[in-house]
Design a protein around this ligand. Sequence first.
Ligand SMILES: Cc1cc2nc3c(=O)[nH]c(=O)nc-3n(C[C@H](O)[C@H](O)[C@H](O)COP(=O)(O)O)c2cc1C
Length: 356
Amino acid sequence: MQTNNEILFSGFSLGPLTLKNRAVMAPMTRCRAIGNVPNELMVKYYSDRANAGLIITEGVSPSPDGLGYARIPGIFSEAQTAGWKAVTDAVHAKGGKIFIQLMHTGRVSHPLNLPEGAKVVGPSAIAAAGDMWTDAQGMQPMPTPEAIPTTEIPALIQEYVQAAKNAMTAGFDGVEIHAANGYLPMQFLNIGSNQRTDQYGGSYENRNRFVLELAQAMVAAIGKEHVGIRLSPFNPYNDMTPDAQHEEAQFTALAQGLNEAGVCYIHLLGFALTPSLLQSMRAAYNGPIMLNGGYDATRAAADISEGKAELISFGNTFLSNPDLVTRMQQGAALTPANPDTFYTPGEVGYNDYATL
Ligand SMILES: Cc1cc2nc3c(=O)[nH]c(=O)nc-3n(C[C@H](O)[C@H](O)[C@H](O)COP(=O)(O)O)c2cc1C
């Protein structure tokens, strides 16, 4: 069956990069990186999905302190950087493009998941409600993080800058700052997790400061065409408290600051996003918007046609359909994803989803 969602399959210029279509693979943590180092299983997983216009990797930690989940990869060591180089080489060999998502878990963490010497940190000493899986002792309540001292913020930003440089060494086309879903940068943005009294807290302008300084530093280090960002306004995931009164003003100001920093795209989770906030962020930010959340090809093409976004990312459907773009082009049936194997080690539920 032919579909008429042609705009989704048309090319797009993301700065100097030519994307072959506008269907992006959304970032997805898969917990296959034993020892926090990318491996051959991951090379196959990503290169099998090179039909995406752009792949965004799973969340990857810029710091030992950011490895809060079991078996997630990092990009702060030489071994990790070399492991990622094998991934980018394989994706590029198949004509794909790939950004790495930098995810520091902050307080969404557990010491049992962290390497020796690493710490659970956050903007304030306020624990996230909920439990965290640990391979050693199963589910455990998330602990109260150590509040990051003001004097240590430059070193934290420097970890991201070094990770971004490592990513370019590893051959990535760019980096996505994960400032969504309740991880460290969003912990700074959010009124519930950030009760600081220094210049990084107090007002929403101050709560935006860490993310803006991070974006500016990374743009200075690797170039604006290589730095995108992911945000999830109004999303309560991981114990975030949307600021009913100021959420729209805060994220509009953030979009303005990101426009000045020059980031190459803003990636928004759409589930909780209001149409009015999307409109005001679009007015404040001149670059491309990528939308995500429950899309199929028809809705994706409609939202691009209506000018809501330039790019659409697909999570679950890309996880379980390595050839998603081909299937969408042909209007073929999609294999459903199996949540039981989202985060389990090994090949099952990872590299065994069929292509047409
Ligand atoms: C298994 C799994 C892992 C995920 N891990 C991440 C992650 O590391 N970083 C991130 O920003 N979002 C993550 N997400 C959220 C997805 O990127 C996406 O926002 C979500 O699946 C909704 O899109 P969809 O409806 O197309 O699946 C994850 C989602 C799934 C299903």
